[in-house]
Ligand binder design. Structure first.
Ligand code: ADP
Length: 301
C-alpha cells in the first residue's frame, strides 16, 4: 500500500517508527509536513499539492497533527478524506477530542466515568462554581494546555479563587475538577487500536509533582488493567470515533475515571515501557481496515 504520514517532523520518534514499521511490512511510506501541504478547494478535481506536485494515489493517511496546528492540519486531513484516502483517525473525531469540553460532554453523555468537572468562562460567582465540584483541593485546567501545561493544583479555596480570577482576566477557557488525591500522582495511559487496548503503562509523577506527564519528568511502569478499565478505554475511543487513541485513566476512590482521550498518542513512552511494537500494530490495523471513502462522517459532522 501507499501510506502518507502527516507530521511536522520526520525525525520524531513516532513518525520514524511508523515509517520503519510500514516499510518492513512492504508498504511505500511518505512523510508530508502538514503545514507545507496546500490545496485547491474550489476545483472540480480537488487535490493536495506538495512542493509543486500533486499528491496522488495514497491508500491511507496517518495524521500526526500537533495541538498547535489543529485547524490547518484538520483541513489538510479533510482534503485527503475528500479524495477517498482512508484516514487512520478521521478529521471529525480528532476535532472532537481536541475540544476538551466537547470531549468530556460526549463521554459524560454515554455514561463514561469522569472526575467531577465544571466548566466556566466568566463566572460571577466563583464560590458557587467551587461548591459545584465539591470544594478544594481542586485542579484548574486551561483548555488550551497540553503536556500538563496550564494544569494547576489549588489546595485551598483561596488558591482556587486566585487561579480562576487570573484565568478569567486572561479571558481563557478553563475547567475545574475534583483533585483525585488517592491516585498519588499516577495515571494510566491505555493505547487503543480498534477495539483493543494493545498496550498500557502507568505514569507516576516525580517527587513533589502531581502531574504524571513523561514530559514533566514522570516515569513509566507496567500496569495490569482491570477488565472494566479495558472496556472503559475502548469505549472512550469509540465514542470519540477514534481508531487509534491514547486514553488516560486515573484510579479514584469512586472507580477508574477518564481524564483525556488523545488522538495522536506518542509511541516512544509506550513502546519503551512495554517493549511492544505498537507501530507495527498500527500498520496492521490499516492493512485490515483501509478502503476508499471509508469514514464515518465524510468530514461533515
Ligand atoms: P494534559 O492534557 O495537559 O496532559 P491532563 O488533564 O492530562 O493535561 O493533566 C496532566 C496530568 O495531571 C495528568 O496526567 C494527571 O497526572 C494529573 N491530573 C490531571 N487531572 C487530575 C485530577 N483531576 N486529579 C489528579 N491528578 C490530575
Amino acid at each position: 500500500m501507499k501510506i502518507a504520514i502527516l507530521s511536522r517532523n520526520r525525525g520524531l520518534y513516532s513518525t520514524r517508527r511508523m515509517v520503519e514499521a510500514g516499510e518492513a511490512r512492504g508498504h511505500e511510506m511518505q512523510v508530508f509536513d502538514t503545514l507545507k501541504c496546500y490545496m485547491d478547494v474550489s476545483s472540480l478535481r480537488p487535490g493536495i499539492n506538495y512542493r509543486g506536485e500533486r499528491i496522488e494515489g495514497f491508500d491511507a493517511v496517518i495524521p500526526r497533527i500537533g495541538a498547535s496546528v489543529t485547524v490547518y492540519g484538520l483541513a489538510v486531513l479533510r482534503q485527503f478524506e475528500m479524495l477517498g484516502v482512508f484516514p487512520l483517525n478521521e478529521s471529525v473525531a480528532i476535532g472532537r477530542s481536541r475540544d476538551k469540553l466537547r470531549a468530556l460532554q460526549l463521554l459524560a453523555r454515554k455514561g463514561v466515568g469522569l472526575p467531577t468537572t465544571g466548566f466556566a468562562h466568566d463566572v460571577e460567582d466563583t464560590e458557587h462554581l467551587l461548591k459545584l465540584v465539591g470544594g478544594a483541593p481542586l485542579v484548574v485546567k486551561l483548555l488550551e494546555g497540553t503536556q500538563g501545561r496550564g494544569v494547576v493544583l489549588a489546595e485551598t479555596a483561596k488558591a482556587a479563587e486566585s487561579v480562576i480570577d487570573a484565568f478569567r482576566e486572561l479571558k481563557a477557557n478553563f475547567l475545574v475538577q475534583e483533585f483525585i488525591k488517592e491516585a498519588r500522582g499516577s495515571d494510566i495511559r491505555c493505547f487503543v487500536i480498534g477495539d483493543k487496548v494493545v498496550a498500557a503503562m502507568m505514569r507516576t509523577a516525580k517527587e513533589g509533582e502531581f502531574r504524571s506527564n513523561l514530559h514533566r519528568g514522570g516515569t513509566a511502569s507496567l500496569v495490569k488493567l482491570t477488565p472494566s478499565e479495558r472496556s472503559t478505554a475502548v469505549s472512550a475511543a469509540k465514542i470519540m470515533g477514534l481508531n487509534v487513541a491514547g486514553v488516560d485513566i486515573i484510579r479514584s476512590n469512586h472507580g477508574s475515571v477518564v481524564l483525556e482521550v488523545n488522538s495522536s498518542p506518542g509511541l516512544e513512552g509506550i513502546e519503551k515501557a512495554t517493549n511492544k511494537d505498537v507501530a507495527s500494530m498500527i500498520i496492521e490495523f490499516i492493512e485490515k481496515n483501509a478502503a476508499p471513502h471509508k469514514t464515518r462522517t465524510r468530514g461533515k459532522g
